[in-house]
Design a protein around this ligand. Structure first.
Ligand SMILES: NC(=O)c1ccc[n+]([C@@H]2O[C@H](COP(=O)([O-])OP(=O)(O)OC[C@H]3O[C@@H](n4cnc5c(N)ncnc54)[C@H](OP(=O)(O)O)[C@@H]3O)[C@@H](O)[C@H]2O)c1
Length: 264
């Protein structure tokens, strides 16, 4: 399918690994010029070079932490006028006992997973409004919709994010700008393996795959029968970045292999 975005300019904030990188690849495949960000420079530069080489598009790496004002300024300076904005961000580690979650931990979660994406959108929406077109996609989490006791540092902030985008998307749809959110379930990514130790700590397990995997699978029934790969989300992200999705406004699409049952 031709997504009709060849030649457009896209930002994938959080594009050096996992679902962000897979989305960057799908956008590059569709012929957009990309700006990808991350905090860790080496992996970011490698990703940019690999994507550019593979798809023959321009991919500019920008070292920028989306959760800080300084990082966001670096992104705004590098790419002042994107047509497409996709954002993902790593929230703080899984919490242990909920009674031990402190105000500082809440502030960190909100600063990262809520204020970071909001401030990036708030900066670029007027730019897209001037162009009369724009696409915004947040890759957040299914725990925004389906609370999980060990993801208090991720879900609640993203519940607020999807509440914000529900309002803002309906305010700006008349300008040809859409905002939609993807809410992933369990994906086998670099990020997921990085939180293995945190998951083990949260449940008092040994931090080994042998100890964590049975606990994880016993507590997470995935009807599809497997954990997803990053590219199980990316085609949907790319579609939401296309003119073909112009009537999809303010939606939250859960991609979780059927893990959480709900009608909407
Ligand atoms: N994997 C899962 O099973 C799962 C489940 C539910 C929800 N999610 C959510 O889905 C999203 C993507 O997860 P993933 O597993 O694909 O993550 P990942 O493999 O860790 O990739 C995240 C990407 O974003 C970058 N990034 C993270 N924080 C950033 C920040 N503050 N500023 C700029 N770049 C940042 C990372 O690079 P640097 O680290 O170098 O910055 C990396 O490029 C996350 O929001 C995660 O919470 C994942």
């Amino acid at each position: 399918m031709d997504l009709k975005i060849k030649g457009k300019k896209a930002i994938m904030a959080g594009g050096s690994a996992g679902m962000g990188r897979a989305t960057a690849e799908r956008l590059a495949e569709a012929g957009v010029d990309l700006y990808i960000t991350a905090r860790r420079e080496e992996r970011l530069k490698n990703a940019a070079a690999e994507i550019s080489e593979k798809y023959g598009t321009s991919v500019t790496p920008v070292v920028a932490d989306s959760s800080t004002e300084e990082g966001r300024k670096a992104l705004f300076a590098a790419c002042p006028d994107p047509d497409i904005l996709a954002i993902t961000i790593k929230p703080p580690a899984p919490n242990g006992d909920f009674l031990k979650v402190t105000p500082e931990m809440w502030r960190d979660s909100i600063e990262t997973a809520l204020i970071g994406p909001i401030e990036i959108m708030r900066h670029y929406i007027p730019v897209m409004k001037d162009k009369g077109w724009g696409r915004i996609v947040n890759i957040a989490t299914f725990s925004a919709k389906n609370p999980m006791i060990w993801r208090l540092m991720s879900g609640p902030a993203r519940s607020a994010l999807i509440n914000y985008t529900a309002s803002v998307s309906r305010e700006i749809a008349k300008h040809g700008i859409t905002i939609n959110n993807l809410l992933p379930g369990m994906f086998r990514t670099e990020g997921a393996s990085e939180i293995l130790k945190d998951y083990a700590d949260a449940f008092g397990l040994e931090p080994t795959p042998e100890a964590v995997s049975p606990h994880f699978l016993a507590n997470n029934h995935i009807p599809a029968g497997f954990m997803a790969e990053a590219d199980d989300l990316a085609p949907m992200a790319a579609l939401l970045c296309s003119p073909l999705s112009r009537f999809i406004v303010g939606q939250n699409i859960v991609i979780d292999g059927g893990q959480h049952a709900s009608l909407f």
